[in-house]
Structures are given as structure tokens and as C-alpha cells.
Design a protein around this ligand. Structure first.
Ligand SMILES: [Zn+2]
Length: 73
């Protein structure tokens, strides 16, 4: 598993957000989102609200579906 590099409080989850295609990667503890698995370690995380606002979407937790915990490589 990959622990969140920001808060170290939780593992990173692969998630789907209802209004977006494909998968994203997210720490559900500190609300950090990554576009791609390889970005998780690179400090490219964005907070969930900012991420959704950028895409003209509402940051609604109810639209998040957990798929699986991201396994380390
Ligand atoms: Zn975190």
C-alpha cells in the first residue's frame, strides 16, 4: 500500500468521481487528489475542493466511489 505522502494518516485509494471519467487517486484523510498513480510521490497532489472547482464541478463527497487501495510498486 502507498501511504499518503502528505498526511501519513491513511493509504491512498483509487477512486472514481461520478462526474469524471476514469480513475483518480485520493487520500480520504486529508482530501488530497492525484491525477495519476505515478504522481502520488511527486508532490503533485491537489486538494479535492480545488481540484473539482478547476473542473467546474462541485466538490461533493457523495460522488466519490472507492475502488481499491493503491498498492506500492
Ligand atoms: Zn493524506
Amino acid at each position: 500500500m502507498i501511504a499518503c505522502p502528505y498526511c501519513h494518516q491513511d493509504y491512498v485509494w483509487e477512486v472514481n468521481i461520478r462526474d469524471l471519467p476514469g480513475s483518480l487517486y485520493m487520500c480520504l484523510e486529508c482530501d488530497t487528489v492525484w491525477d495519476a498513480a505515478q504522481d502520488i510521490r511527486d508532490g503533485k497532489g491537489q486538494d479535492f475542493e480545488g481540484f473539482m472547482t478547476q473542473r467546474a464541478l462541485v466538490a461533493d463527497w457523495k460522488t466519490i466511489t472507492k475502488i481499491r487501495q493503491v498498492s506500492g510498486s
